[in-house]
Write a protein that binds this ligand. Structure first.
Ligand SMILES: NC(=O)c1ccc[n+]([C@@H]2O[C@H](COP(=O)([O-])OP(=O)(O)OC[C@H]3O[C@@H](n4cnc5c(N)ncnc54)[C@H](O)[C@@H]3O)[C@@H](O)[C@H]2O)c1
Length: 333
């Protein structure tokens, strides 16, 4: 029977696996749990690795180094019950013959939901007006405050037709908005299929009422939004970043936000969290959340369900749904 080895902190395991999904997993194979997710050299872990057929990792699993994977000679796959692979395994896994699977697509669902919620709230001026109302402690001039706000006929700029970016585009089809896309890997026919207008990044930044970042952090996307591009953002627009803080030059961002010219919804920052002295904590034109757009709370159970289904596919010899081929490893990391 297939030996399924869970290597993840007990807290993560409890969040993703309900009694029901854990029972399903135990039906598919022999379920084993590593006593620690952070010390793979522990002799008890080594023993479990020596007979395991599939390794299931999660948030908080320490990186499985090459020697750790070599200690699992029967294991065929690593299924990562979270998004980014880099914290748990390197590219050497492919050289050792492992199939690698990451639940990043399942994790895309809540990020796209968060983004849609923020796009709508920001276009409707809800976050801004709530802050103004609280400070005023009295009636505020709603018509003046909302004169240039609203979802109707707004322009939303999506940076990156990534898993998450595509889901956001899909959600936006239901609304009366124009969607612009900047993504060097997308051509015009593909953009037409997505129902978006393909533009370059400077055009998107200068034209959108909402700019939402969904590109991965790669050497070439570091500070993708630098000072000159941030300066092109329209007055009254909003920049939403649920991707990675370092996609935006952090000093230039603070400089721009201090002027109050545009707003920002930042689920990610660089550094994360911002230093205690950062103006980002206090600015009325900034909504700051502590990297919560991904799967949280009950949403983690979706990850558990999908992990079980992925292990099932592996055991049946079916193609993995969340497989990350070698050439896409960097983008997932
Ligand atoms: N806030 C959270 O909790 C949370 C959770 C999950 C993911 N994320 C982040 O969200 C982002 C998107 O994740 P994903 O899994 O959808 O990404 P992904 O791996 O699907 O992204 C790859 C795609 O990004 C696009 N891309 C690459 N370079 C680009 C560039 N220079 N400009 C524009 N687009 C470019 C391409 O379409 C490429 O196919 C990542 O930065 C990820 O780290 C955040």
């Amino acid at each position: 029977m297939t030996e399924i080895l869970l290597i993840m902190p007990a807290s993560h395991r409890r969040s993703i696996l309900t009694d029901e999904t854990a029972a399903r997993l135990a039906e598919i194979g022999t379920l084993r749990e590593a006593p620690t997710a952070t010390d793979h050299a522990d002799p008890r872990v080594r023993q479990l690795l020596s007979t395991a057929d599939v390794l299931v990792t999660g948030t908080g699993t320490a990186k499985l180094e090459e020697q750790d994977l070599r200690a699992a000679p029967h294991a065929k796959a690593i299924i990562h019950a979270a998004g980014s692979l880099r914290p748990v395994v390197g590219k050497y896994a492919y050289d050792l013959g492992f199939a690698v699977s990451s639940l990043a697509s399942a994790n895309a669902v809540p990020v796209a939901e968060y983004t849609l919620a923020m796009i709508l709230l920001e276009l409707k001026g809800v976050n801004a007006i709530a802050a103004t109302y609280r400070r005023a402690r009295s009636t505020v001039d709603v018509d003046a405050l909302l004169a240039r706000r609203g979802v109707y006929n707004a322009t939303v700029g999506i940076v990156g037709a990534s898993r998450i970016g595509r889901l956001v585009i899909e959600h936006l089809r239901r609304f009366d908005v124009d969607v612009l896309l900047a993504d060097p890997s997308v051509d015009r026919p593909a953009a037409d299929q997505l129902g978006v207008q393909l533009v370059d990044l400077p055009t998107l930044v200068a034209s959108a009422d909402v700019i939402s970042l969904h590109a991965p952090l790669l050497p070439e996307t570091r500070h993708l939004l630098d000072g000159p591009l941030l300066a092109r953002i329209r007055d009254g627009a909003v920049l939403i970043n649920t991707a990675r803080g370092a996609l935006v030059d952090p000093d230039a961002l603070v400089t721009e936000l201090l002027t109050g010219r545009f707003r920002a919804v930042l689920d990610v920052t660089d550094p994360e969290p911002p230093p205690p002295t950062s103006p980002l904590w206090d600015l009325d034109n900034v909504v700051l959340t502590p990297h919560v757009a991904g799967s949280r709370g009950m949403e983690l159970q979706r990850i558990g369900q999908e992990v079980v289904a992925e292990v099932e596919r592996l055991v049946r010899g079916e193609p993995l749904r969340y497989s990350v081929p070698r050439h896409l490893y960097a983008g997932n990391a």
